[in-house]
Design a protein around this ligand. Sequence first.
Ligand code: SF4
Length: 366
Amino acid sequence: MIFKSQNKYQDLRKSNSFIPPFPRPFIFRVEINKDFDKTGKIISAILPSSSFLVFEVSDGLQPQLLEWLNSLDRRPTDLSFSLLARNPGDLSGQVLLALRHLRRFNELEIIVGASEIEKGSDKIIKALKLVEQSALRTKAVLEIGNEVETGNLKDFLTRLFSQTSTAVALRRAEREKLNLANKWEELVSSYLSNLLPLSFEECFPEINPGLWLESISCRGGFGSGYVTAEGVLKPCRLSDLALGNLLEKDLETIWADFLKIRDSSALCPLKVYEKRRQTINAPPPNRPFVLESGLKPVPLFRIRQEKCGATLIKGLDGLMLTEKGLKIIKEVNGNRTLKALKKKFGKEAVSLIFALFLQGFVRLEK
Ligand code: SF4
C-alpha cells in the first residue's frame, strides 16, 4: 500500500514538482477579423504551443475564412479547432460541407446576442438545425446580461431544447454584474436539474459557483488564454490585463516576463484555476483514499512533446509536464504497476500519477 490518507495525498500533491504550478496557455480563443495575414502571424506564434484553438469570428463564414481554415487544416500539427461565429449568415450546404471536410475541425458554435434572445429569433434556431442536419457538432453560446429578461431567455431555451439537440453555453453580454442573481440562479438550476445540456463559458461570480465552476471552459489564465485580432494575449475575453503582443514577442517570453513582474493571482481575480482543481479533483474530505501498489495506471491522454517537457492532452483539456515528468509518463502504458514506477523513479512518480488520476488523465486498474 503506498498512500492511504487524504492528508498524505495533499502533502504529496504540493510537493509534486513535475507539473509546473503556472502552466502557460495551450488552449486559446482567438478573434479573427478580415486581416488574414495578421491572423496567420498570430496563429504561427501560438501554434507550437496550442492543443486547441477556438476562432471567434464576427463577419460570418466568408469564403476567405474557409480557405484560411483549409490551409490551417493542412499544417502538420497536433491540433483541433472550433469556430465561434456571430452572424453566421445563411449557412449554405456548401459552407457546411467545407467545414465537414476539415480534419481538425471540432465544432461550429453560434453566438446568440442579447437582442436575438429578446426577439426569440427563428433565424438562429434554423441555423442550428441546419448545422445539426449536416452532422457537424454545434453549440449555441448565449450572451446574457441585464438587458435580457429571464422570462425571454426561458422561452428561448425552451424552444431551443425542444426543437434541437444543441448544447448551450452562457456568457456575459456586457461587463456589468447581473442584477437579480437569485432569478438567474433559479433558472439555471432548473435546467441543470433536468439534465439539459446547459453550461457556462466563463465565470459568473454573482451566481453560486457550484453552478458554473466545473463547466466553464476558461481555466483562469493558466492553460487558457484569449488573443485579440491585434495579437494581444489576455487571460480571458473580459480581462483588461494585456500580457503582451504575440506579433512582437513569442509566447514563452511573454509568459516568463509576466511571471517575473506580476503576481500570478493578477491573471484571474477569482483564482479559478486553483478553485477548479480543488473542486473537481479532490476526493471527499475526511475520507481516506487508498492507493494499492499493484494498481496499473492507464493513460487517457495523448502526449505532445514540447521544447522542455510535454503537454498531456485529453479532449479539450491539457496539462503541462516538466521533462522529468515526461520521462515517467512515457512509461505509463497500462502494464506497469505503481510499485514498478516507484522502484524506477521514486515516490514522486506515484505522486505524479496520483495527481494525474485526480485530474482525470489516468485511470487506475487492477
Ligand atoms: S480568467 Fe477568471 S475572471 Fe476571466 S473569465 Fe476566466 S474565470 Fe472569469
